[in-house]
Design a protein around this ligand. Structure first.
Ligand SMILES: Nc1ncnc2c1ncn2[C@@H]1O[C@H](COP(=O)(O)OP(=O)(O)O)[C@@H](O)[C@H]1O
Ligand SMILES: [Mg+2]
Length: 250
């Protein structure tokens, strides 16, 4: 892994009306890592991702994505980030191939490049055999994997995955977790994922940031947080335990 920060924020803040959704957030994401954004519903995870993408403007503070300011250069930033939304819409009447072709067209890929990427993406997410089935008949797990395939069509350097395992059964969850690791190890992508399901992401994140009520109360490798909060070594903690400790203090 590299030590170059591909995402940096300083004092990042978002206030909606009178409510502070994201409060003075400073953190970075290193090239090639899986960074887990953890916290309960309403902690400000999605709002942070939207600011990093240039989809909503910060009230104050700084953001850099590959040295770009998403508020000023949103198109360039969207070019390097693939985004799996929390609640993705699908065109249920299309099949996966048609959907991926549509995404390729939106990204102005040539027919040859699109063809290659569609095959490769279907293969990576394990949907080749179901690629001619209508998406409307897909399970939630299949839809989420199709969402990852859509993201791969763009061949982005960074993947933002907002609650990627939400609503999945245990098998679907395991497949998604494996897929995320594959993005990191085989596709060499930097992954920023958000989740409120702690034990699932604990296994795969290099570092985590714990968010509570808009603030990142701690960040670092899991072992470090365990040591700081629980005074125990590696393998002797669960993320739930660490998280509860912070929660009680906030
Ligand atoms: N567009 C919006 N307008 C007003 N308040 C919002 C908006 N989006 C989010 N919020 C509020 O900001 C807080 C953080 O929300 P969000 O970023 O969605 O949290 P998370 O993704 O961690 O669940 C919540 O209290 C939410 O109600
Ligand atoms: Mg959210």
């Amino acid at each position: 892994m590299n030590t170059r920060a591909v995402i940096e924020t300083e004092g990042l803040t978002k206030i909606y009306n009178a409510q502070t959704a994201v409060d003075n957030l400073s953190f970075n994401v290193l090239e090639g890592e899986i960074f887990g954004f953890l916290g309960p519903n309403g902690a400000g995870k999605t709002t942070t991702l939207l600011m990093l993408l240039g989809l909503t403007e910060p009230t104050s503070g700084k953001v850099r994505v590959f040295d770009l300011d998403p508020a000023r250069e949103p198109i360039k930033v969207k070019g390097v980030i693939g985004y799996l939304q929390e609640n993705m819409g699908f065109y249920g009447d299309l099949n996966a191939r048609q959907m991926l072709r549509f995404v390729a067209d939106l990204n102005a890929l040539s027919f040859e490049v699109a063809d290659e990427r569609i095959e490769s993406a279907l293969n990576t997410v394990g949907l080749q055999d179901e690629s001619l089935k209508k998406i409307g008949a897909y399970s939630r797990g299949m839809r989420q994997r199709l969402g990852i395939a859509e993201l791969l069509i763009k061949d982005p350097k960074i993947a933002f995955l907002d609650e990627p395992t939400l609503g999945l059964d245990p098998d679907g969850t395991n497949r998604m977790i494996e897929l995320i690791q594959q993005l990191c190890h085989e596709k060499k992508m930097t992954v920023l994922l958000s989740s409120h399901m702690l034990h699932q992401v604990q296994k795969i994140c290099h570092r985590v940031g714990i968010m509570i009520k808009g603030k990142m109360v701690s960040q670092g490798p899991m072992e470090q947080l365990a040591q700081e909060k629980l005074g125990v070594g590696k393998e002797q903690y669960t993320l739930e335990e660490i998280y509860m400790k912070y929660f009680q203090e906030t």
